[in-house]
Design a protein around this ligand. Structure first.
Ligand SMILES: Cc1ncc(COP(=O)(O)O)c(C=O)c1O
Length: 441
């Protein structure tokens, strides 16, 4: 243990991962693990990709850094052009940051500036959802609604409103789809009206809630309704695709499953497949038109914005995603994965299996009929994590699933390059983990 590194746990030593290859990582002792979490939804192309190491080295020797406040650079121009092709129309403009939180922070500021351009300075507040996560900075944590992550900083957070999540397994309105009139979306209209539409700049939501919800998928009508409500009140819709972007769910972007186009997409993780810190804010033509016909200025930058090293990697990742048809593969492997996961409903503690493509969530319950979560003290998600590691499998466990406080789930989001045989192996390993977990409950 270094004794000098600040990590989320400074008492217990983390397992030190030393190297990776394909979808596998190896610890210092040489033990092999299947990384079914892809780091944390990051390693889309897998480990030890020479193409990515090569472009990094080449870019480092060409020009590793350019100050984006004052100069342009080719890799960031190229990546912005590629993303304009890859993202739905009319999302054609990109700002590059170093990760998801920075990209979301950029979205909030640029949404605000959009309304300044349009002479609506009061539109400066944001609506998020409970049981959501949008980043670890103060503003992104404020729009996020994960109680546990908000708790230590609660007094520092901005007092923005939240609506209940689109969480059919435990409907916050006590209703069941399709006899619910999509109350979770209707709640947005009520909140906008209560707050005063003239004060609300944007609504922020993940198309499929990843870590904070355990891959919760809303009803098909949810986002079309959200879009209608946002349009009615001149409120922007910001889709957080930090996890769901770049093919993870079997479409280029997760929101495409719902036939809706957001005004902004915030994305990161898979965009660089972990070979450089990178996030992107993708903005629509109409939003940028307000800047073009307005001041012509966007008042926002970071020292590492549009970094040539990171953007060059992003370009190569996108080229490989397209060349290797990884979006289509994620859809196909996802079908295989979900077909296998369905069998795990036979375990009495598997309450819900959900998600899309290669983003799968399994919610664990003590009593399946009553959907009773495990008591907090039982540490169900930590137990799954430990058993999985012991079986040589890395999953992404999470808590607070049921109400932000209690409830347990784990996510599977393996690299998009996972093969058919490897999905079968993943299911075999997971079956062992669940069988061992069953002996503890
Ligand atoms: C949905 C979502 N938004 C935002 C973020 C923040 O991204 P980052 O950790 O790269 O700052 C995350 C990170 O896990 C995320 O899952």
């Amino acid at each position: 243990m270094s004794g000098h590194i600040i990590q989320p746990d400074i008492i217990h030593e983390f397992l030190c991962l030393e190297r990776g290859e394909g979808i596998y990582v190896y610890d210092k002792a040489g033990r092999k693990y299947m990384d079914a979490a892809a780091g944390v939804g990051v390693m889309a192309l897998g480990y030890a990709r020479k193409e990515l190491a090569d472009v990094l080295a080449d870019q480092a020797m060409t020009i590793p850094y350019v100050h984006a406040m004052r100069f342009a650079n080719q890799p960031s121009n190229d990546l912005a052009n590629q993303i304009a092709e890859f993202a739905p129309e009319p999302l054609n403009w990109s700002f590059f940051a170093s990760g998801g939180s920075e990209a979301m922070e950029s979205a909030l500021k640029i949404a605000r500036q959009y309304f300044l351009q349009r002479g609506k300075p009061e539109k400066s507040r944001f609506i998020g959802r409970w049981q959501s996560f949008h980043g670890n900075t103060i503003a992104t944590q404020s729009v996020g609604g994960h109680l546990g992550r908000r708790a230590p900083h609660q007094p520092m957070l901005i007092n923005w409103p939240h609506i209940p999540p689109a969480y059919c397994y435990r409907c916050p309105f006590g209703l069941s789809y399709p006899n619910c009139d999509i109350q979770c979306a209707q709640a947005l209209e009520r909140e906008i009206c209560w707050q005063g539409p003239e004060t609300i700049a944007a609504f922020v939501a993940e198309p499929i809630v990843g870590a904070a919800g355990g891959a919760t998928v809303p009803a098909p009508e949810y986002f079309p309704l959200v879009r209608q409500i946002c349009d009615k009140y001149d409120v922007l819709f910001i889709a957080d695709e930090v996890i769901t972007g770049f093919g993870r769910t079997g479409k280029n972007f997760g929101i495409e499953h719902f036939g809706v186009t957001p005004d902004m997409i915030v994305t990161a993780k898979g965009i660089s497949s972990g070979y450089a810190p990178l996030g992107a804010l993708i903005v629509s033509d109409p939003v940028m038109a307000a800047f073009q016909t307005g001041s012509g200025k966007v008042d926002h930058n970071f020292t590492f914005a549009g970094n040539p090293l990171a953007c060059r990697v992003g370009s190569e990742v996108l080229r490989l995603i397209e060349k290797e048809k990884l979006v289509e593969k994620a859809a196909a492997r996802g079908k295989q994965l979900f077909a296998g996961l369905e069998n795990f409903y036979r375990f009495p503690f598997v309450g819900d299996v959900r998600g899309k493509g290669l983003l799968a969530g399994i919610e664990l319950v003590q009593n399946k009929e009553k959907k009773t979560p495990f008591p907090l003290e039982f540490h169900a998600y930590q137990k799954i994590n430990e058993l999985a590691l012991d079986e040589g499998l890395i999953v992404y466990p999470g808590g607070g699933t049921a109400d932000g406080y209690i409830g347990d789930h784990f996510l599977l989001m393996p690299p998009l390059i996972i093969s058919e045989e490897e999905v079968d192996q993943l299911l075999t390993l997971l079956e062992r983990v669940l069988t061992r977990f069953g002996a503890l409950v």
